[in-house]
Design a protein. Structure first.
Length: 140
């Protein structure tokens, strides 16, 4: 899908790299401890808010959905978008629920991770599309 298309590949890479940095920033800012205070490997692993797994799952999956939607033909864009975003939401939901089920996060940690990841993917998508339009209009 992304082979031979530099813009979607650049979008995916930029979205995920900056989103990971954003997630680390949020964890260091809030520093909430995990439920059950399970022994962890380090300070980063001991913080729970927002859930890094939920954040990264929603960030990656929704970023892929935005890239797929951008590459879809106008005729099939609705169906492709529905499938891509529906799949992203379902898989993100499963990742988040597994974190709560395992007792590693509070439900609020997971909801915050979903919101931060999907929000970052949306924000990055809007900025990226805006920059492409600006470059296209400047080239004319």
């Amino acid at each position: 899908m992304v082979a031979g298309r530099r813009a979607p590949a650049a979008y995916l890479l930029g979205s995920v790299v900056t989103g990971v940095a954003f997630g680390i920033f949020l964890k260091k800012t809030f520093g909430f401890i995990r439920p059950h205070h399970a022994p962890m490997l380090g300070e980063e692993a001991a913080t729970s808010f927002p859930s890094g797994h939920a954040l990264l799952a929603s960030l990656l999956l929704f970023s892929i959905a935005f890239a797929v939607l951008r590459c879809a033909s106008p005729a099939g864009r609705f169906r492709v978008g529905a499938l891509a975003f529906g799949s992203a939401a379902a898989l993100s939901l499963l990742v988040g629920l597994s974190r709560v089920h395992l007792g590693l996060h509070w439900p609020t940690d997971v909801v915050a991770g979903w919101a931060a990841g999907a929000g970052w993917a949306l924000l990055f998508s809007l900025v990226f599309v805006g920059q492409k339009r600006e470059l296209a209009s400047g080239a004319k």
